[in-house]
Write a protein that binds this ligand. Structure first.
Ligand code: ZN
Length: 320
């Protein structure tokens, strides 16, 4: 029997149902929201519960909360809202972002042990265990720190057998470095999902990732951001998903939005900025179901097949 670790314990892979593979229940900077939760919106917990309830009512059973410690992971909150809403939540360990100060000459081996402890013992002094690993490279490229953290995540993967999600920056093809570093630690590419693919429209590059045996993370769908931050617009992203499906990659596509129920990044803004940020995604966590899949159906895709991908692909990914 294959199982997946959620914040409420292990569940069978058949119990995952329809999964959103990369979202953020609550997201902040490391430590900030744990000390100053007032930086979230006023009713942030109600917002989280309202989003999770809406998912549940629309057939979405499981969410991967892609926030490791650097994105303000709060496993107690995850456990609480999972219990109330009935949505399975998978917590993340590993690393997102650049080197913070005051760490000194820590080694990849030390970090690997920290991440493995999150998986084997529990996170942040609790017995709530992480169920997936994350490594991240963005515009900065393969700096010494980022390289080290990929090796640490690779080592922890080999020790724990958990899956790895990668935050990437596809316009500069960071997955070429990232997959190489993980391979150097002996990670099987079938255990890796390369996220943020819709930041590119280069089908040859995505085909390269697919041919490595890794999974294709179709998130940033749509992109919500401060005005002017991202080049690839929503309609372009939707058309590119069709291009990937036509290229035969549907069997390895893992869908998600990469948006946040609550975050100190957006919730804190003046009302007009907050509204502008969310104006591209009034559907919130139902964008994929109600808009992406609807538009793909209008382009000739079978809606039942599209929905099945959100169930079968995550199950195969976690079982594989
Ligand atoms: Zn994310």
């Amino acid at each position: 029997m294959k199982t997946v670790q959620t914040v409420l314990g292990e569940i069978k892979t058949e119990e995952l149902g329809s999964v959103l593979m990369h979202e953020h229940v609550c997201t902040s900077s490391m430590g900030v929201a744990l000390s100053y939760p007032q930086l979230y919106g006023k009713n942030f917990e109600q917002q989280i519960l309202s989003d999770l309830k809406e998912m549940k009512e629309n057939g979405i059973s499981t969410v991967v909360d892609a926030s490791p410690v650097t994105l303000g992971r709060d496993v107690k909150e995850l456990k609480k809202v999972s219990e109330i809403s009935g949505v399975n939540i998978i917590a993340t360990t590993g690393w997102w972002g650049c080197e913070p100060p005051y760490l000194g000459p820590s080694t990849a081996e030390q970090w690997a042990q920290c991440f493995a402890d999150d998986i084997n013992k529990g996170c942040d002094g609790t017995d709530i265990k992480a169920g997936i690993l994350k490594a991240s490279m963005d515009k900065e490229g393969p700096t010494e720190w980022v390289t080290k953290m990929h090796h640490a995540v690779g080592m922890a993967q080999r020790e724990t057998g958990k899956k790895v999600m990668l935050h990437t920056y596809c316009p500069t093809e960071t997955p070429r470095h990232q997959l190489k570093f993980l391979r150097e630690e002996g990670v099987d590419m079938n255990d890796v999902v390369v996220d943020h693919i819709p930041e590119t429209t280069d089908i040859d590059f995505v085909k390269w990732i697919y041919d490595q045996g890794a999974w294709i993370g179709v998130d940033r769908m749509p992109i919500i951001s401060f005005p002017g931050e991202y080049a690839v617009g929503t309609e372009t992203r939707i058309k590119f998903v069709k291009t990937m499906l036509d290229a035969g990659m549907g069997d390895r596509m893992l869908f998600s939005h990469d948006i946040m129920c609550a975050s100190t990044l957006y919730d804190n803004q003046p009302e007009e900025i907050y509204r502008e940020v969310w104006s591209v995604c009034p559907e919130r966590f139902l964008f994929i179901k109600n808009r992406l899949f609807k538009e793909l159906a209008e382009m000739g895709c079978d809606p039942a097949y599209l929905w099945s991908l959100t169930i079968d692909n995550p199950r195969k990914f976690f079982e594989g």
